[in-house]
Design a protein around this ligand. Structure first.
Ligand SMILES: Cc1cc2nc3c(=O)[nH]c(=O)nc-3n(C[C@H](O)[C@H](O)[C@H](O)COP(=O)(O)OP(=O)(O)OC[C@H]3O[C@@H](n4cnc5c(N)ncnc54)[C@H](O)[C@@H]3O)c2cc1C
Length: 397
């Protein structure tokens, strides 16, 4: 059985594209996804800060699948783009004219020995899973001073700003409780600086200074010893690789991330270690298979892996899928737009919007979002979730 469009993954990207294709009149669209729950992951930053309960980030997948779109509730285990077929765990073979590949990414916790054990223990957490984000809130609440370590890898991860947001929101709670003075807070990242867009980097440097956070750049977390509560970092400098160990009382880490295994093992993946799906960065068409599109976290478009990027990618993919189905050139272009809402305090946010040129791209030009603002915090806390559920996932904006 061959469908006109098969979408692998009904996350932020898959649901947005499915809804848009329905609105464009496509009546043979199939979503394949095994999940019972859909999460609005940007709220996990606020879950980790103890501001929002995890249940607020979650809706039943069944309630979100657009009317008129078929949902195959099964996991894809194999992609066969030469035969135009995807294979599911239940043994289903689903044929397609056009494939939209958007199953997100997987956390590669195994790439950092000891990290998984540390996170299972009493002193380490992350906001990158629904299970652990509430634990972050608990660890931050219980912290009475000592060494707090926030870590991010240098390789691409979703919402690359999330690790520093976790640090800022923890510091603000400790400041309010009067324990920040007894804390030694470090932000260590494999990246070369605080943020790639200079206009926003300057503001964030001020936030780091305000909280007294020590920064370590080009420092990759490579090992954790949960017994000793020590984290080892590798730095590549002029004298080659060097390793440094830091003790911690609280460890927060964003694990390295990569394409899901069934994508990495398929002909759709790129050759690199992380197996992202290679696309033309503007049309989002696969570099080798013209009837395959990829968007969202799984694709290798050189921008920040965010829901904000997907909001601009989804209309482009929809238009180009419709063009491909009718034998026309895929002419719609994505400009690399992404946004990172930096929650710098429990009531403040800096909204960084930018594109492939890495220059600011404000959506509302007369609001200076380079400043820390209370109205932007309200946008993050209330406006963006409402927009996500009611507008973006319905293909309306
Ligand atoms: C802590 C945190 C904070 C964030 N903050 C922000 C923010 O402030 N702003 C922002 O814009 N973005 C933010 N993001 C990033 C944003 O949530 C992601 O970029 C976005 O959800 C990616 O959408 P996606 O559709 O690519 O993947 P997902 O939304 O993760 O969906 C992937 C879907 O694929 C399905 N799937 C997986 N494997 C299979 C399979 N084998 N077969 C079929 N289906 C499969 C999954 O069940 C899932 O439904 C944040 C993320 C995190 C974790």
């Amino acid at each position: 059985m061959r469908h006109r469009v098969v979408i692998v993954g009904a996350g932020s990207a898959g649901l947005s594209v499915a809804a848009r294709l329905r609105r464009a009149g496509e009546d043979d669209v199939v979503l394949v996804d095994p999940a019972t729950w859909h999460y609005y992951q940007p709220l996990w930053t606020l879950v980790g800060a103890g501001v929002v309960p995890i249940a607020q980030s979650r809706r039943r997948q069944a309630a979100l699948v657009p009317q008129g779109v078929a949902w195959v509730r099964d996991a894809v285990v194999d992609l066969d783009p030469d035969r135009h077929v995807v294979v599911t765990a239940g043994g289903g073979r689903i044929g397609y004219e056009v494939l939209v590949c958007c199953p997100g990414l997987e956390l590669a916790v195994d790439l950092v020995p000891g990290l998984s054990e540390a996170m299972a223990g009493p002193a380490a957490s992350t906001n990158y899973t629904a299970e652990l984000a509430p634990k972050t809130a608990e660890l931050v609440r219980r912290f009475r001073g000592g060494r707090a370590l926030f870590c991010a890898p240098g390789s691409p991860i979703k919402c690359p700003g999330a690790p520093q947001k976790a640090a800022y929101l923890a510091c603000d709670q400790w400041r309010r409780r009067g324990v920040l003075g007894d804390a030694e807070v470090t932000y260590a990242t494999g990246a070369g600086g605080i943020f790639g867009v200079p206009e926003f980097a300057r503001v964030l440097e001020g936030v780091v200074e305000r909280y007294g956070i020590a920064t370590r750049f080009s420092s990759e977390l490579v090992e954790v010893d949960p017994e000793r509560r020590a984290a080892t970092f590798e730095t590549v400098g002029p004298e080659g690789k060097q390793r440094t160990s830091l003790d911690y009382d609280l460890l927060w880490a964003a694990p390295p991330q990569r394409a899901p295994g069934f994508v990495r093992d398929s002909p759709l993946a790129s050759a690199g270690e992380y197996g992202w799906v290679p696309v033309d960065r503007h049309s989002l068409v696969h570099q080798r298979y013209p009837e395959v599109f990829a968007l969202g976290d799984v694709c290798d478009a050189p921008t920040s892996k965010t829901g904000a990027a997907i909001r601009r990618q989804a209309p482009v993919v929809t238009e180009n899928v419709v063009a491909t189905l009718s034998g026309r050139e895929p002419l719609a272009r994505y400009d690399g737009y992404a946004a990172c809402p930096f929650t710098t305090a429990l009531n403040k946010m800096v909204l960084a919007e930018f594109d492939y040129s890495l220059s600011p791209r404000p959506s509302v030009p007369f609001i200076d979002t380079k400043r820390e603002r209370y109205d932007m915090w309200l946008l993050k806390r209330y406006g963006l979730p409402a927009f996500y559920w009611n507008v973006m996932l319905k293909g309306l904006g």
